[in-house]
Design a protein around this ligand. Structure first.
Ligand code: C2E
Ligand code: CA
Ligand code: CA
Length: 562
């Protein structure tokens, strides 16, 4: 804790942003070095003093207090304003975040970021004739200046921000000009710009560049393959035919894509890379091409996998497997449901490849629902003979879905299962760390509704031990990476002892995952672990295989004789 506080203090004090914590009496409880340096007053005259003493009554009541009050009432507030610092004025981007202690908002956490330079660029921009009043498209001249502004913003951003330039060439515009006249060609180009504009977000830009070219600047991207998704949509929309009199006019287009900062860290290099990608996409006759060939290939295969996934879902290419979980005597007490995708061309695709993708594009919610409904139906049919449970994996997106509980209850009803005592829900450690309080609440409501919680991949995340005791999980699933090491590493074995001890004290069960060998099992048993899962006992099985095993009623592993 002390370490963490030290680190926090270090970060706060080395930040060039101003960071302050203002309490409900409008007094400064924390101010960082940067704030003090810029205000040019000694720390004692700020810390513990009221904001109005530092900024004067007028500024405080007019421009600070209203925002502070909104924030202290629970609202996040962001705005840009001009402030006097000594002899100069500065443009500041200010963010107020409600700060809670023991569930109550006690302070406003205020970050102020100096954007004076950006303010100057923006002012310059206003003086330009930069937008066509009819179409709202930016003209080519403003590309440099907007790029400069956005690149600077991205460089200053705390988060890693990607930008992308798309050079779009309408390759048959010249022919259209010749056969239908310049006026029509011009109109089609502008209309195309408007069609594209509708696909973009507010934070993106579209420029009418030179001759037959349009340029799009995408901002605030978080994935390298995002621009390929947009390029594909642009290509689709540009090539929808226009009706002219009695016939259709069809535009053809190619798109070259560059990424910032990867393909050029200055505006000019960034532009050159997109132009180069465009040239190549034309010479290779591809609808779009990214400057970096490797990223392009990854993007294309990801997009292909995404569209295949939708189809796979419709065509029933997903299957479920069940991997036994056994007790100390090798008796099957439950099983984990694991999804499989049998792709007609690529063969079996591991869930570690497609689940993250489904999570990003949202398909996970449908896939998850299918897994829940199907597993519960199977569980019902087994439960008449075998009283085993099944555990279901949930990604953070599914877990955060407000409908999860009602989906589970609907699935119970549909499967005619009376109560949820045969179902376990597996959540990973990293998931809770995102919004610990929220997740604990979610877990509580699920476990109160009767769904037992397993904490998956335990030992790979960063759960603090004190926090573990509040977690409504009944069971910790010890990650395979530990089990791999316990035979050879004394340190891992010591750690294992500690975890077993901890689990006992917290009254939680422990399942060792990924047990592959007899040696591992021997160590685990010796140290006091009683439940296991892994290839040593059984790989994931089809439903039929699982039923055959259950029917045989033998302890695992089944040793084949002869
Ligand atoms: P997980 O939840 O940690 O699942 C355990 C993984 O370890 C499974 O991989 C299982 O086949 C594998 N495994 C079990 N025993 C052994 C062993 O002894 N040695 C080795 N090397 N591996 C073992 P799988 O099936 O490839 O699943 C990978 C991950 O995909 C799972 O990790 C889980 O996070 C996710 N996943 C699988 N099915 C679903 C699902 O239906 N929904 C969601 N949201 N995620 C799923
Ligand atoms: Ca799992
Ligand atoms: Ca696991």
């Amino acid at each position: 804790m002390v370490e963490l506080e030290k680190r926090f203090e270090y970060i706060v004090n080395t930040s060039s942003d101003f960071i302050t914590l203002v309490n409900r009496e409008y007094r400064y409880d924390v101010v960082n070095e940067s704030y003090i340096r810029n205000i040019e007053k000694p720390r004692e005259e700020i810390l513990g003093h009221r904001v109005e003493e530092v900024w004067g009554k007028d500024v405080f009541f007019k421009t600070i207090k209203p925002h502070l009050d909104r924030c202290l009432a629970g609202e996040e507030v962001h705005y840009v304003d001009r402030f006097e610092f000594g002899p100069s004025w500065r443009y500041m981007h200010i963010s107020y975040y409600p700060y809670q202690e023991n569930g109550e908002i006690t302070h406003a956490l205020v970050f102020s970021h100096d954007i004076t330079r950006l303010g100057e660029i923006e002012a310059k921009l206003i003086n330009y004739e930069f937008r066509d009043p009819m179409t709202g498209l930016f003209n080519g001249r403003s590309l440099d200046i907007i790029l400069e502004m956005e690149l600077e913003k991205a460089n200053r951003s705390q988060k890693e921000e990607l930008l992308s330039l798309l050079f779009i060439s309408i390759t048959n515009l010249q022919e259209i000009n010749l056969s239908h006249g310049h006026a029509l060609g011009n109109m089609l180009l502008e209309n195309t710009g408007i069609r594209i504009r509708e696909l973009l977000r507010n934070s993106d830009y579209i420029f009418r560049y030179e001759g037959n070219e349009l340029v799009v600047l995408l901002t605030c991207l978080n994935q390298e393959y995002g621009p390929a998704v947009v390029a594909r949509k642009i290509h689709d929309i540009v090539t929808i035919p226009y009706r002219s009199g009695s016939h259709d006019i069809c535009l053809t287009c190619h798109i070259g894509i560059s990424l910032f900062p990867k393909d050029g860290d200055s505006p000019q290099n960034f532009i050159n890379s997109a132009a180069e990608a465009l040239r190549r996409s034309m010479s290779e006759n591809r609808p779009y091409l990214m400057y970096d060939r490797k990223i392009h290939n990854q993007a294309v295969s990801r997009l292909k996998m995404e569209s295949d996934m939708v189809r796979a879902f419709e065509k029933g290419e997903f299957q479920l497997n069940y991997q036994p979980i056994v007790d100390i005597n090798g008796k099957i007490e439950g099983c984990e449901t694991l999804i499989r995708w049998d792709h007609p061309q690529k063969g079996r695709i591991p869930p570690s490849e497609f689940i993250p993708l489904a999570e990003r594009n949202g398909l996970i919610v449908s896939i998850g629902k299918w897994v829940i409904f199907k597993t519960l139906r199977s569980l019902k049919s087994w439960s008449e003979e075998y009283s085993i449970y099944t555990s279901l994996n949930l990604t953070s997106r599914e877990f955060e879905d407000n409908h999860l509980l009602s989906i589970l209850q609907a699935a119970l009803k549909q499967a005619e299962l009376e109560n949820p005592d045969r179902i376990r829900l597996e959540c990973t450690e990293s998931m809770e760390m995102l919004h610990p309080d929220l997740i604990i609440e979610k877990m509580k409501s699920l476990s109160e509704a009767g769904f037992e919680i397993f904490l998956d991949d335990f030992g790979t995340g960063y759960s603090s031990l004190s926090y573990l005791k509040d977690l409504p999980a009944s069971t910790l699933k010890l990650d395979k990476s530990f089990i791999d090491e316990i035979v050879h590493s004394q340190e891992s074995r010591n750690f294992l002892k500690l975890i077993i001890h901890l689990a006992e004290n917290l009254n939680k069960e422990l399942i060792a995952e990924g047990v592959e060998t007899e040696e591992q099992l021997a160590v685990l048993k010796k140290e006091g672990c009683h439940k296991f899962q892994g290839y040593y006992f059984s790989p994931p099985l089809t439903e039929q295989e699982l039923l055959t095993l259950l029917k045989a009623g033998r302890a695992l592993p089944v040793i084949r004789e002869g």
